[in-house]
Design a protein around this ligand. Structure first.
Ligand code: AMP
Ligand code: ZN
Length: 479
């Protein structure tokens, strides 16, 4: 199967061809740890996880680096206002970030480098740019990248050179497209930086945000690597500047595929910390929204993937609740299959196999098309509904149920909805398992009185038994 990804650089879907057969090298811009990640940030991390899981599914090994931004304008402002060191301020948010990744079943990166631990790499890159005459020292003692010296500047965002303000300097990490000008690589210390500084050959100061990612990505992934991801707000200036610094220094292509996740919106506006219109994962899972409901992280994950990562997505609690119900239905389907104990079947295994192989290949085709998750999920649900209609009138055997489950689990390697866990939770305690078996035997012997009595005993223990012509299954009573 040919995997296609939309490349922000070429503005086209391109067939993915790895640089080396060893491992796909992936760099993703990580959190700026001055606050809890909001669910907009988490949408980008889930999209990155989806790309990684898809690559793995199609047989690639992936080496993934995600930085932790712990030196940055906003962090420093918070250190000053809260009278904390960089470490004191960032450590709790870094811990919370790790917990969020775990809750959302995001596969861990291989390395999480921090800017504060890579000052020598950063300064050596700046020195390299100075040597080439691409960087210069400003009258304020800071060092800047001269966009005039890099004719390809603006290629990611497609900037018109006539709109650029060469020679004009900007010291902030974040600025708008129409402010495109020389940007800071190293910021000379000033009083507002408080205790955040390093004494280096470039003087007392700290790195700019953009050079941090160039230095860390190239340290761990080499001068040219496969995929660089982030949210669309990272395209300019962050990724444009990363690209410029790296290619100006090495003379080589920096990244083959730039892939960006669109924004999560809240009330149709970008969800962001600065606008204050955000939810954290904790808000959703700990009943801290106006509905007071305890949503599962899996529902949030499903909400993200039920939409294409490249389109804007408006968050509502109602949509999250719909996702919760869909996930529950999917898990129930898995539980039902894993509770099949029948040896007999009323349908040929071939017929089952045809349904699931068709589902699998449609799912793969849609996923390979730039991760078209809405259509891939539609293919999955159409397969599930076919199986459901078979099971409504026919018995399927344990062996056939396992064939279906195996395909579902393999599809879930991409979706990450923890379907295997749902099936494992399915194991009844021994005593209840024996009761289920006894009841099955009673039904086979047409002893419906006994079957009903056992059903009541199970119900009193929170287990609801459902009978269909295809056999019996059980669910846990919803409280
Ligand atoms: P930050 O912690 O602000 O550096 O952002 C971390 C990641 O989240 C980056 O890849 C951002 O592009 C991404 N991001 C920020 N806001 C949103 C949003 N509303 N929707 C999707 N991704 C976002
Ligand atoms: Zn970055």
């Amino acid at each position: 199967m040919k995997l296609k990804l939309y490349n922000t650089l070429s503005k086209k879907k391109e067939e993915f061809k790895p640089i080396s057969s060893e491992a796909v090298k992936l760099y993703t811009c990580g959190p700026t740890v001055y606050n809890f990640a909001h669910i907009g940030n988490l949408r980008s991390y889930c999209a990155e996880d989806l790309v990684k899981r898809t690559l793995k599914y199609f047989g690639y090994k992936v080496y993934h680096v995600m930085n932790i931004t712990d030196v940055e304008d906003k962090i420093i402002r918070r250190c000053i206002s809260e009278n904390k060191t960089l470490q004191q301020l960032t450590a709790p948010y870094e811990k919370a970030f790790n917990e969020d990744l775990e809750s959302l079943n995001i596969i861990k990166a291989d390395v999480y480098p921090k800017a504060s631990e890579h000052i020598p790499e950063i300064t050596s890159m700046i020195k390299g740019l100075l040597k080439k005459g691409i960087a210069y020292k400003g009258s304020d003692g800071s060092y800047y990248f001269s966009i005039d010296k890099f004719p390809k500047y603006g290629q990611l965002i497609r900037l018109d050179r006539s709109e650029m303000k060469c020679g004009v300097r900007i010291n902030n990490d974040e600025y708008a497209k129409d402010q495109a000008c020389d940007f800071a690589l190293w910021k000379a210390w000033d009083i507002q930086d408080g205790n955040v500084f390093w004494e280096t050959e470039l003087g007392k100061g700290r790195p700019g945000w953009h050079i941090e990612c160039s230095a860390m990505s190239m340290k761990y992934l080499g001068e040219t690597f496969d995929i660089h991801m982030g949210g669309v707000d990272n395209i300019f200036p962050h990724h444009e500047n990363e690209l410029a610094q790296s290619e100006a220094l090495t003379g080589k292509k920096f990244v083959k595929y730039w892939v960006h996740c669109e924004h999560l919106l809240s009330e149709n506006q970008k969800m962001s910390k600065s606008l204050g219109n955000f939810y954290t994962l904790r808000d959703l899972t700990q009943g801290k929204t106006k509905t007071k409901k305890f949503y599962s992280p899996t529902a949030l994950r499903y909400f993200y993937i039920s939409n294409h990562y490249g389109t804007r997505l408006n968050f509502t609690l109602k949509a999250l609740e719909d996702s919760e119900n869909t996930v529950y239905g999917l898990q129930e389907f898995v539980r039902r299959l894993s509770s099949v104990t029948e040896n007999q079947s009323d349908i040929e295994t071939n017929a089952i196999q045809n349904i699931i192989l068709k589902t699998k290949s449609e799912f793969e085709e849609k996923i390979a098309d730039d991760l078209n998750t809405p259509q891939a999920l539609a293919a999955l649900f159409s397969g599930i509904s076919e199986i459901n209609s078979v099971m409504a009138s026919k018995r399927i055997s344990k062996e056939q149920a396992e064939i279906i489950l195996n395909i579902l689990f393999s599809i879930d390697d991409i979706l990450g909805l923890e379907l295997k866990k749902a099936a494992e939770k399915r194991e009844l305690p021994e005593e209840l398992k024996n009761l289920m078996e006894e009841r099955q035997k009673a039904r086979q012997e047409r002893n419906f009185k006994l079957a009903d009595d056992i059903r009541s005993i199970l119900a009193s223990k929170g287990i609801i038994v459902q009978d269909s012509p295809g056999g019996s299954s059980w669910t846990i009573k919803k409280t």
